[in-house]
Design a protein around this ligand. Structure first.
Ligand code: ADP
Ligand code: MG
Length: 337
């Protein structure tokens, strides 16, 4: 088994909710991330999936050390990233890069593509000496499938898919170990999504990258993920290998998410249940007691309101699931999703 390069332990990020204009008073907390543990191994893709608002981007920002956690730890190659000295912190920042959802808002419109992709070299000049930068940027353009002759163009002169390629080139510039992809294809047309996914797949193999791949839809990460963690309201509710999650899900939430994924083979519908999620996701400022999914769960019993289900291996499964009533169930996908 490959070595673990990133480890997240009991990570918590709560945002205070304040009231009052002059005298701000904390009246509660948004529990954006509420006790997440995960591991990323060298060269693999960990898919992180959950509905909008469940804390995926917050988790990404804390892992990137862009925000401090309320508690918990993140270690990169065994070193706690929140306890590094400035020089070590700089080195670590090179190794973990972020690709964001909307490439347009994340790219400064007044900078040329060459300057945008070369900007990381200004912060980390040791990676590419000044005289070498233009060539390096052109090489990066080529690596992500863009024309190196377009180095002097501006972001608005590119399509959405091309802008995401620029974002990826920028993330690659410092030769990172890990790329956190926060819904990198969600804003793109479906036809373009596959091209960008294929590029990420190819880059991973070429450069031995490890990915944390965030999506709100299980179907998006299926092709790329080796393992998947399913999030609901700040917590991981089920995690396992690709096969375990897609073929033998045991958490009702995962089953419901998969039930909404379109399948290519309509004959596989027979004798399987279709699950429809009803109701909205509760507020992370006031999550339900016990199991957070219980207000939308068809299996909920009295114990679910009382006890938070631990993320552990259940008797009916081969991977951790945070459900008191975890059980295998064959899922049928719908076609209208
Ligand atoms: P996702 O990426 O899964 O859609 P986010 O991590 O963006 O979820 O948000 C999780 C929750 O945390 C949401 O309820 C969101 O409103 C809240 N949140 C995110 N960032 C902040 C912030 N800076 N201040 C207060 N609340 C925030
Ligand atoms: Mg997000």
């Amino acid at each position: 088994m490959a070595e673990t390069i990133l480890e997240v332990r009991d990570l918590v990020k709560h945002y205070p909710v304040t009231r009052g204009v002059v005298f701000k008073k904390t009246v509660g907390h948004v529990k954006a991330v509420d006790g997440v543990s995960l591991e990323l191994r060298q060269g693999e893709t960990l898919g992180v999936v959950g509905e909008s608002g469940c804390g995926k981007s917050t988790l990404a920002r804390v892992i990137m050390n862009l925000e401090k956690p309320s508690s918990g730890a993140v270690s990169y190659k065994g070193q706690n990233v929140f306890a590094l000295r400035p020089a070590e912190q700089r080195r670590m920042r090179r190794q973990i890069q972020l690709v964001m959802q909307d490439p347009y808002t994340s790219l400064n419109p007044r900078m040329t593509v060459g300057d945008l992709i070369g900007e990381p070299f200004e912060i980390h000049p040791e990676v590419a000496p000044k005289g070498d930068r233009r060539r390096r940027v052109q090489e990066l353009l080529e690596v992500v499938g863009l024309n190196p002759e377009h180095i002097n163009r501006y972001p608005h002169q590119f399509s959405g898919g091309q802008r995401q390629r620029i974002g990826i080139a920028r993330a690659l510039a410092l030769r990172p170990d890990i790329i956190v992809c926060d819904e990198p294809v969600s804003a793109l047309d479906v036809s373009i999504q596959a091209q960008v996914m294929n590029l990420l797949d190819q880059l991973q193999r070429e450069f031995g990258l490890s990915y944390i791949f965030i999506a709100h839809d299980l179907s998006v990460v299926r092709h790329l993920s080796d393992r998947v963690a399913v999030m609901y309201l700040g917590k991981i509710v089920e995690t396992g290998s690709d096969d375990e999650i897609y073929e033998r899900p045991t958490h009702p939430y995962t089953q419901a998410l998969l039930s909404a994924v379109p399948v290519p083979d309509p004959t596989s519908r027979e004798n399987k249940a279709i699950i429809r999620l009803t109701g909205d996701v509760p507020s992370p400022a006031d999550p339900p007691s016990g199991c957070r999914f219980r207000t939308r769960c068809w299996k909920a019993q009295e114990i679910c309101a009382r006890e938070v289900p631990a993320l552990i291996e259940r008797k009916d499964s081969d991977h951790p699931s945070a459900c008191h009533f975890a059980e295998k169930r064959e899922i049928v996908a719908t076609h209208e999703a």
